[in-house]
Design a protein around this ligand. Structure first.
Ligand SMILES: [Cu+2]
Length: 111
């Protein structure tokens, strides 16, 4: 009987632990160089395989993104780098030049 109780409390504390370990944060990222709907798609696609990214919203009018992420798995600087690698500026992180060069013309700042 005691062992059963012990097991139950262990299972309970384990599930508690796994709940506590996912830590959803949100970040507003300035995206001053996004131009069109394709940019929006490109940025969302950039995170399609990133562990810890929960949701990506891009606001074309405000030129900003809201990223919901698990701060135990991914950091804001990793998020900024990933946007840069997709060819876009993220906050103060400039776009990766070769990725930017590969963007279609409509996605370029002076396109
Ligand atoms: Cu675009």
């Amino acid at each position: 009987m005691k062992i059963k109780l012990l097991l139950i409390s262990m299972i309970l504390s384990l599930s508690f632990f796994s709940c506590g370990s996912s830590n959803t944060s949100e970040a507003d990222i300035a995206l001053p160089t996004i131009m069109c709907g394709m940019c929006e798609t490109n940025i969302k696609d950039a995170f399609s395989e990133t562990a810890g990214i929960i949701k990506v919203n891009v606001d074309l009018e405000k030129k900003s993104g809201k990223i919901y992420f698990d701060s135990n798995k991914v950091s804001i600087s990793q998020i900024e780098k990933q946007i840069s690698d997709a060819g876009y500026q993220a906050n103060s992180v400039m776009a990766n030049e070769s990725a930017y060069d590969k963007l279609p013309r409509c996605c370029k700042v002076n396109g």
